[in-house]
Design a protein around this ligand. Structure first.
Ligand code: GLC
Ligand code: MG
Length: 257
């Protein structure tokens, strides 16, 4: 494994304890001959992820893919990767998407401003069916735009440019870093993670607390469904994948030093 792309909430983090557990595991992976790159791949905004890293034990990553694949950040350089944003701008217009959805879709509520960005138009839309989501996709296409509609937790609706999403962003980053996808692993728990599992040749861990929509979306692929939940499930899956001794790696005491 040369790169590990993981969702944050519900996957490696649900509070201080899981942050410590994951940090300890990641620290212990330094025993590997080559330390893999760590990529946080999340629906949170970039600012929000950076604050979370400062405030918790979560290890500092090499890259952050934020806003469901709409923002990319290189930690060592402390800067946004503009080349990725340039990939997203064709056939997309935030204002048009926002206006059409507000005017034509019922029972929908815009998420707070801090959850929106130029390439991510997000809403609360409770307990909807695939048909409801398809209707939104068609509405946007009818305006000549190329969007995708991603639904998570039976609540969160993200409308993104066709080229965005967690999986496409990951594929682009791996190519940029010249890392073969067969050396990439991913982990997640909800609908917006499914595109990561659909990246060819990657190994994936679906944690036991994952929503059914993710479990069905990855069925038939080579994802590992863990018995443990959240960070412990990630450790279980990666340890198997890497042939590591789970006992020594999941040791929940603080790493030395
Ligand atoms: C995070 C984001 C939210 C998004 C959701 C699902 O909760 O804050 O904007 O809709 O992930 O992708
Ligand atoms: Mg999650």
């Amino acid at each position: 494994m040369l790169l590990f792309s993981t969702d944050i909430d519900g996957t490696i983090f649900d509070g201080p304890e899981t942050a410590e557990i994951f940090a300890n595991f990641w620290q212990n992976l330094q025993e590997l001959p080559k330390q893999p790159l760590l990529v946080y791949n999340t629906g949170r905004s970039l600012d929000d992820v950076r604050a979370l890293i400062r405030e918790t034990a979560l290890p500092s990553p090499d890259f952050i893919i934020a806003g469901v694949g709409t923002e990319m950040f290189e930690q060592a350089k402390g800067k946004v990767i503009d080349e990725w944003n340039a990939e997203l701008s064709g056939h997309w217009d935030f204002e048009t998407v926002h206006r059409l959805v507000s005017a034509q879709i019922e029972d929908i509520e815009a998420q707070p401003d801090e959850c929106q960005n130029e390439f991510k138009c997000s809403w609360f839309y409770y307990d909807k069916s695939r048909d409801d989501l398809d209707r939104i996709g068609e509405l946007i296409e009818s305006a000549g735009l190329e969007a995708q509609v991603i639904y998570s937790s039976n609540r969160d609706l993200d409308i993104l440019p066709r080229q965005a999403n967690k999986g496409n962003a990951l594929r682009w980053l791996a190519a940029w870093k010249e890392i073969p996808l067969s050396r990439v692993a991913v982990a997640g728990d909800s609908g917006n993670d499914s595109s990561m599992f659909l990246v060819d040749d990657t190994f994936g861990v679906v944690v036991s607390n994952a929503e059914d929509a993710l479990v069905s979306a990855v069925a038939g692929g080579n994802a590992y469904l863990s018995e443990e939940s959240c960070a412990r499930g990630v450790i279980e899956g990666l340890s198997r994948h890497l042939g590591l001794d789970t006992q020594s790696l999941s040791n929940e005491t603080h790493a030395q030093g």
